[in-house]
Design a protein. Structure first.
Length: 620
């Protein structure tokens, strides 16, 4: 892996701190230097044995305690559930989390793409792919997932996009209670919005999750908004009445600092006497007897423990870890479990319908904007400490929009994520975060090296291709096998959709707004696509297979659906079919990819799950 230290020192011009009284600036400089030193020595894990080991595998489990509820996973939904189920003081709750606490480094949005080279990241990868990620190392897609109290909200890019009304009405058509009218109050319940919008009735202002407009406002984002207006598109609140349109980015930060699920929901609950939080605790098995879940087995500090739940076990491990623990516990596809020697408790299609969005991160445009006024790292830190500037957003993201280039629809098919920066600043994202090979990175960057550039990263929101998640073995320390399986749909509609999106972005670049800064698309051909005429349809189709990437928005591996749906794992109350006392609450229950970044939806799932549970047990 290319040395990320070179990238970060290319990203900013480092000079000696001249004002030694600026202790906070010096603190963050030291924090970054310490992190980069550790990151340079970080080795990508291939399983969980680096994090968890049993001193004596034959030793009996130690009984840890008895609780009303056990929550496995302190990700987004697990954090919400932790707070809400302990509010009244009526129930004893145990929260298990495989990672630890976040810190001052994770709090800086601008450091987000660096966090993957740390133990805040599980370090997952897909199996080698056949139709995408071919231009990445070993033809594998990196599949970063957060391992911390707060889950992936500790390492993600914090973008706040809920999705369209049409998506939720489709969801609710087969799952009563999940239509737009029913879920909107739960979005609002979580949200503490500081955005001054005309459509404020669509936003919450008294919740725990801070949402604000991005605090990074380079002049070039105005060019982006001018350009889309020149194309006839609207400027609006995409989390309001309608989603189709463009605006500055809404982001889950508070005064420019990351607002994770752990910070927003777990931290305020930590002093409650009815809550116990165990970090660095890996849930390995759901304890089941007579088709009822009654507890959890977990590993912590080299020992194996059991804890029991008199009411429910709630699995909130996320789209990767939740199906893994279900299958390890005997809940999953019968044939797959039997192959691995796992006794089958319930035959369900766990892991069979992995849906994800996909991006094409190769559309970068040169400009005539001067790079002479670039700030030093110290100045960026000073701005961050005052709540604005480059470090208050991830990878210089500042604008966003939603449209349907092929067939006009109220439910957009594509999201356009905009950023503007010197092209070299994209290196940590492209070569380390997603794992693009050096040859492909050079094809993109060399023609515009050193120039102030802009780019649009398109996200295909409703791809037809589906992947899978399976167990590698019955050992809980083995990583699961993730197959994103992009571009596998037989009709190849996803390729045609992405091709239309590429052409649409090229048209955006030709608007007078962008031509006023002399925007040009300059790139060398990808090495694998040299046989096709550069920038022809055949070339773009080849390029799509080289660098299209699943954007870590995986859903549906424990899919919600009615009982007659052969792909469903949980019902509309999040209860696992055939096993009482067991629910799943996280992105894995979403029935399909929606036009959102999943994190806001998972906050909603956590809020709604909390009410479903509290109502059932008379706590509302």
């Amino acid at each position: 892996m290319k040395n990320i230290i070179l990238h970060i020192f290319t990203l900013f011009i480092l000079v000696k701190v001249q004002d030694t009284s600026e202790k906070s600036v010096e603190y963050y400089l030291n924090l970054l230097q310490d992190f980069m030193r550790n990151a340079s020595q970080w080795q990508e894990p291939t399983d969980s044995r680096r994090f968890f080991q049993l001193v004596n595998e034959q030793e009996e489990s130690i009984h840890h305690g008895d609780y009303d509820f056990i929550i496995v996973g302190a990700g987004v939904a697990g954090s919400v559930l932790t707070n809400r189920l302990t509010e009244s003081g009526k129930y004893q709750v145990l929260l298990l989390e495989a990672g630890g606490q976040e810190n001052d480094f994770t709090e800086v949005p601008g450091f987000a793409s660096l966090l993957i080279r740390s133990d805040f990241n599980w370090g997952y990868k897909t199996i080698p792919q056949k139709n995408s990620c071919l231009g990445f190392k070993n033809k594998q897609c990196n599949y970063h997932r957060g391992k911390a109290i707060g889950g992936s909200s500790v390492i993600n890019f914090m973008v706040y996009v809920r999705g369209s009304k049409e998506d939720f009405n489709k969801w609710g058509s087969e799952n009563p209670g999940w239509d737009y009218q029913n879920v909107l109050p739960y979005f609002k319940k979580s949200e503490k919005s500081s955005i001054d919008l005309e459509e404020s009735e669509f936003h919450g202002h008294d919740g725990l999750l801070s949402v604000e407009n991005v605090k990074y406002h380079p002049d070039i984002v105005q060019k982006f908004l001018e350009a889309v207006e020149q194309r006839g598109w609207k400027i609006l609140d995409y989390n309001g009445k309608n989603q189709n349109g463009f605006s500055k980015l809404q982001i889950m930060t508070e005064k420019g600092k990351r607002c994770s699920a752990g910070k927003a929901f777990v931290k305020p609950a930590m002093k409650r006497e009815n809550l116990e939080v165990l970090d660095y605790a890996l849930g390995t098995k759901i304890l089941i007897k007579d088709k009822k879940a009654y507890g959890v087995e977990f590993i912590r500090n080299g020992k194996k423990y059991q804890a029991t739940a008199s009411k429910e076990v709630i699995i909130s491990g996320g789209t990767i870890n939740s199906p893994q623990i279900l299958m390890l516990s005997g809940i999953g596809p019968k044939e797959h479990l039997e192959e691995l020697g796992i006794p089958v408790m319930q035959d369900l299609p766990v892991g069979q319908t992995l849906h994800d969005h996909q991006i094409f991160p190769a559309l970068f445009f040169s400009t005539n904007i001067s790079t002479n006024n670039e700030l030093s790292l110290e100045d960026h830190i000073r701005n961050y400490l005052q709540g604005f500037g480059l470090l208050t957003t991830a990878s210089a993201l500042s604008g966003v929009g939603f449209e349907s280039p092929r067939i006009k629809s109220d439910n957009p098919s594509v999201e356009y994520v905009f950023f503007g920066a010197i092209i070299d600043q994209a290196a940590p994202f492209l070569t380390d975060f997603i794992g693009m090979t050096e040859e492909n990175w050079q094809a993109i960057s060399k023609p515009i090296k050193g120039k102030h550039s802009w780019g649009i990263i398109p996200i295909l929101l409703h791809p037809k291709s589906k992947g899978t998640l399976k167990l590698k073995s019955k050992n809980p320390l083995d990583f699961p096998l993730i197959d994103s399986n992009l571009f596998s749909d037989k009709e190849d509609d996803d390729t045609e959709e992405m091709l239309a999106i590429i052409k649409d972005i090229l048209e955006i670049s030709k608007t007078s707004a962008f031509q006023s800064i002399d925007s040009k698309y300059l790139s060398d051909p990808f090495p694998a696509c040299m046989d096709s005429k550069h920038l022809s349809d055949d070339y773009w189709k080849c390029a799509l297979r080289q660098v299209t990437y699943p954007i870590l928005h995986a859903v549906a591996t424990c899919r919600m659906g009615p009982q007659n749906d052969k792909s469903a794992v949980v019902d509309n109350k999040l209860k696992v079919y055939g096993i009482s006392g067991l629910r799943v609450a996280d992105a894995s229950v979403m029935p399909f990819s929606i036009s959102s970044h999943p994190t806001p939806t998972v906050f909603m799932i956590g809020e709604k799950a909390s009410d479903l549970i509290r109502e059932e047990y008379g706590d509302l």
